[in-house]
Design a protein around this ligand. Structure first.
Ligand SMILES: Nc1ncnc2c1ncn2[C@@H]1O[C@H](COP(=O)(O)OP(=O)(O)O)[C@@H](O)[C@H]1O
Ligand SMILES: [Mg+2]
Length: 236
């Protein structure tokens, strides 16, 4: 059974419809990618899942329709969103940002162990543990945003363009940690990227969106073998 399934989902901003019937499926312990050009609807799809937009169609999590629940309740179900632009809390320290990620949890010993795990995953953050998030580099802020999501112990992590604006080596470091998370943490992932090479370092299967619709979907080998995908997303 799918852990998360979108069936014919639409979403709009005011009168402008951004998603026109998107369907996709995330298996338990799976990782899927959403690829597509700027404006294709990738971020809107993640916002729809996390309850930030009014939608039509069905959004099934563990078989139950969660459409219309609102961001707080969706987060409580175990869906953690790492938004585009990172969304860390600038005036709080790295440690406090991590604690905010764990705000729904009461298992204090395990929270401390998970902070340690995150600092092991992202050693840069260990050095900056007392710094305000605002003082971090872009790469460190992205690392913090991922780590904060991990602190919620989610079932599903929604990752929105984690490579955006980062130097290639920094983006690779972030994705190496995401690959490790996929191996070590019991979570499934929806990875939104314009950089397909990075996305395919994590995911087995991807959906390509074009103007709010599914243009292509397939497994990694199949998509990487397609000329159109190679040209658009893999640099030839
Ligand atoms: N806050 C917003 N208000 C109005 N239109 C928006 C807003 N955010 C996105 N859109 C529009 O919705 C469409 C999909 O955008 P988005 O999901 O952000 O694309 P992507 O993440 O793939 O770049 C685009 O046409 C974009 O202009
Ligand atoms: Mg986007």
């Amino acid at each position: 059974m799918s852990l998360l399934e979108l069936e014919n989902v639409t979403a709009s901003y005011g009168h402008a419809q951004a998603l026109h019937g998107v369907s996709l499926s995330l298996p338990e312990n799976g990782a899927i990618g959403i690829l597509g050009a700027n404006g294709a609807g990738k971020t809107t799809t993640l916002r729809a899942i996390s309850g930030m937009l009014k939608t039509t169609g069905r959004i099934l999590f563990e078989g139950k329709d969660i459409a219309g629940l609102g961001p707080d309740r969706v987060a409580r179900l175990g869906i953690a969103h790492v938004p585009e632009g990172r969304g860390t809390l600038p005036q709080l320290s790295v440690r406090d940002n991590l604690l905010v990620g764990a705000y729904q949890r009461k298992d204090r010993k395990q929270i401390a162990a998970d902070i340690d795990y995150c600092l092991d995953l992202f050693p840069n953050l260990r050095e900056r543990i007392k710094s305000n998030a605002a003082a971090l580099s872009g790469g460190e802020q992205q690392m913090l945003a991922v780590a904060r999501a991990v602190m919620a112990r989610p079932r599903v992590m929604l990752l929105d363009e984690a490579s955006l604006g980062l130097a290639p080596s920094t983006a690779r470091r972030v994705y190496e940690a995401v690959v490790r998370l996929r191996r070590e943490a019991q979570l499934s992932m929806v990875v939104v990227e314009q950089n397909a090479v990075l996305a395919f370092s994590v995911v087995d299967h991807a959906t390509v969106l074009e103007t709010g619709k599914v243009a292509l979907a397939g497994d990694k080998a199949e998509l990487m073998g397609m000329d159109a995908v190679r040209r658009a997303y893999l640099g030839g």
